[in-house]
Design a protein around this ligand. Structure first.
Ligand SMILES: NC(=O)c1ccc[n+]([C@@H]2O[C@H](COP(=O)([O-])OP(=O)(O)OC[C@H]3O[C@@H](n4cnc5c(N)ncnc54)[C@H](OP(=O)(O)O)[C@@H]3O)[C@@H](O)[C@H]2O)c1
Length: 249
């Protein structure tokens, strides 16, 4: 009983820390609903991952010229005349710098599965991206993080809040809060996208987004294909500029 009480106390303390450390979105300004000029060239990070592959495929369908920065080009398995693949690592500032140069916008779906060791991959990699964007004047950055941090704390549902995040993902989520802060501290035109639990189902094109999505009790979901759809929409919409909307079915 005592152990259970201590665990609940730990989970609650972690939730409070994630809430305070992650980004909190201010209200949408009245002038932030206009549509902006469409970028032509986009860089996609995490392109060999689930969301990243969807981003590449859908960006090409939408007519963008796409560059993918990947560690292993053979994992991408997409070929297209408008797709350029660069081998690199987000932890290597020079490869990020080379990939960011000449782009109009950057989309990131970075992630990894090394949950149980201390990590700074997301925050350090994203820091490199932010610095390269600022130095090359590339303004628009759309980055996928997750529901469950900042002002979305608890919105992954009780199973995540009381088990998955405190037991499996505390170090990973902590790095996501640092990642969000690195973005929010920048001068970029950023949109942080916080999805619910991800699956690989087909794109519906209909989903909920905003600051009150997700459920405190049960876990809601969304497909990686729909997350990619929402992220690509953020290239040309200013509605969520410098905020962190959630997205779920
Ligand atoms: N799973 C969920 O239910 C869920 C829910 C909400 C949010 N999220 C978040 O959503 C994001 C995307 O998740 P996902 O499952 O679609 O992605 P994923 O399959 O985990 O892919 C992650 C991508 O990041 C790349 N990457 C990792 N470290 C890198 C490095 N140092 N340099 C360059 N690329 C690197 C990976 O490349 P390699 O192929 O080379 O490893 C891969 O392409 C993640 O941040 C995840 O935490 C997940």
């Amino acid at each position: 009983m005592l152990l259970l009480a201590l665990f609940v106390l730990y989970a609650a303390a972690l939730s409070i820390a994630l809430a305070r450390a992650g980004v909190r979105s201010g209200p949408l300004g009245p002038n932030e609903t206009a549509s902006r000029r469409r970028p032509a060239k986009v860089l996609i990070l995490g392109a060999t991952g689930g969301t990243g592959r969807e981003l590449v495929a859908q960006a090409l369908q939408r007519g963008y010229t796409v560059t993918a920065l990947v560690r292993d080009p053979s994992k991408l398995r997409i070929e297209h005349p408008q797709l350029k693949v660069i081998r690199g690592d987000v932890l290597d500032a020079s490869s990020v710098e080379a990939a960011v140069r000449d782009q109009d916008a950057v989309l990131s779906a970075l992630g990894h599965k090394r949950y149980f060791s201390p990590t700074r991959t997301l925050s350090k990699g994203t820091g490199n991206v932010v610095r390269a964007m600022e130095s090359h004047g590339v303004q628009r950055f759309v980055c996928e993080t997750s529901l469950g941090i900042g002002d979305s704390t608890g919105r992954m549902g009780l199973y995540y809040t009381l088990f998955v995040i405190p037991v499996i993902l505390p170090l990973y989520y902590w790095d996501k809060t640092r990642q969000e802060r690195a973005i929010a501290a920048s001068k970029l035109d950023w949109v942080i996208t916080r999805p619910a639990a991800l699956n690989n189902r087909a794109r519906r094109g209909k989903y909920r987004h905003g600051f009150d999505v997700g459920r405190f009790l049960w876990t809601v979901r969304i497909s990686r294909a729909d997350v990619a759809d929402f992220m690509l929409n953020q290239l040309t919409m200013d509605t969520y500029l410098r905020t962190a909307p959630g997205v779920c079915w």
